[in-house]
Design a binder for this molecule. Structure first.
Ligand code: NAP
Ligand code: COA
Length: 285
């Protein structure tokens, strides 16, 4: 059995949308070598889209690209990039365009996170998460806009989170970063709509079998806690992937500037995990 931190393709996929709904398209997916964005890449490819998966760890990207190509029969190009560095981002977008000649869909999924109370989070810890999530999203949007979408239109999907809706404990860095991303989703919708660009956010709730949840404490989602979720379960990577196909497809042609919450209503009933974190981390506020 695969270890929980190794990403694998879905064992089967029953289509909800037309299998050719993204045919001829190319998606540039930051963070696509792992987790939720690996599955977004897979589900895009199952709908006949070619992909670029881009992040820092090139060996893992290569392995992921091989798995995605063999599961779907589509093409996947791995590109090494640190989204915090504009010159690397510009180079990675050029590399993608030299390879495929187009980028129709950009998914900004690269992110960093860990639980830490504000009182003990270092200045650099806060800055690092903002730089990966927020600055990284801006850098990639701007590079893809300048090099392709300004002249050809396209769809930008920003992966967000529901953390800041309730002032999530021990997440001051990631919450601030994702709030800023939702703000950019609205501004870019207004500024780039005339160029035929739609900008859509997707805010997943807790998604099972992901690095994000392993870091925040997978153990917090026991049976009792899940009974308080309206849909009585955690989300799946497929739940997010299917929403991304919808957002990228013509079915969402009049959706822009809005962040779609894919959490089964979780954020409204969540107790902010105070008792779990207090016990787990011995943390004082
Ligand atoms: P993940 O697998 O760790 O995904 C994060 C990705 O970001 C990794 O592929 C990582 O690859 C990449 N990355 C990190 N720093 C980077 C940098 N400086 N430059 C380029 N790439 C970088 O975690 P996940 O849980 O699936 O999360 C995926 C997305 O969903 C994130 O945006 C996260 O905030 C969001 N989200 C997740 C959940 C959840 O329940 N898991 C809930 C809400 C929102 P490298 O290490 O190779 O760079
Ligand atoms: N708790 C508190 N602070 C932490 C921390 C933790 N678990 N992990 C890192 N930090 C702090 C570091 O101490 C450092 O601050 P300092 O210089 O004041 O000591 C700062 O964050 C940067 O850490 P560093 O390891 O140098 O950053 P990096 O750029 O190499 O890595 C991270 C970025 C920290 C976000 C790393 O965990 C990562 O690469 N994450 C990607 C995967 C991920 O987070 N997935 C979940 C997505 S939701």
């Amino acid at each position: 059995m695969a270890s929980p931190d190794v990403d694998v393709c879905l064992t089967s996929y029953d289509y909800v949308f037309k299998p050719d709904i993204l045919t001829g398209k190319v998606a540039f997916i930051t963070g696509g070598g792992s987790g939720i964005c690996f599955t977004i890449a897979e589900i895009f490819m199952r709908h006949q889209c070619n992909t670029v998966i881009a992040s820092r760890k090139y060996n893992r990207l290569q392995e992921s690209a091989k798995k995605l190509e063999s599961a779907t029969g589509q093409r996947c190009l791995p590109i090494q990039v640190d989204v915090r560095k504009p010159e690397e981002v510009l180079r990675s977008v050029e590399q993608a365009l030299n390879h495929y000649g187009r980028i129709d869909i950009l998914v900004n999924g690269a992110a960093g996170n860990f639980p830490a109370p504000a009182s003990s989070l270092s200045f650099n810890g806060f800055k690092t998460v903002l730089e990966i999530d927020t600055v990284g999203t801006f850098n990639t949007c701007k590079a893809v806009y300048e090099k392709y979408m300004r002249d050809h239109g396209g769809v930008i999907i920003n992966i967000s989170a529901t953390l800041f809706y309730r002032g999530q404990l021990f997440q001051i860095h990631a919450s601030a970063a994702k709030a800023a991303i939702d703000s950019m989703t609205m501004t870019l919708c207004n500024e780039w709509g005339p160029q035929g660009i739609r900008v859509v956010g997707i805010a997943p709730g807790p998604i099972a079998d992901t690095e994000g949840i392993r870091r925040l404490g997978a153990g917090m989602f026991d049976e009792e806690v899940l009974r308080n979720f309206p849909l009585q379960r955690m989300g799946t990577k497929r739940d997010v992937g299917d929403c991304a196909v919808f957002a990228a497809s013509p079915a969402a042609n009049y959706i822009s500037g809005h962040t779609i919450v894919v959490d089964g209503g979780h954020w409204m009933t969540c107790d902010n995990n105070f008792s779990f974190y207090s016990k787990q981390m011995g943390a004082k506020l």
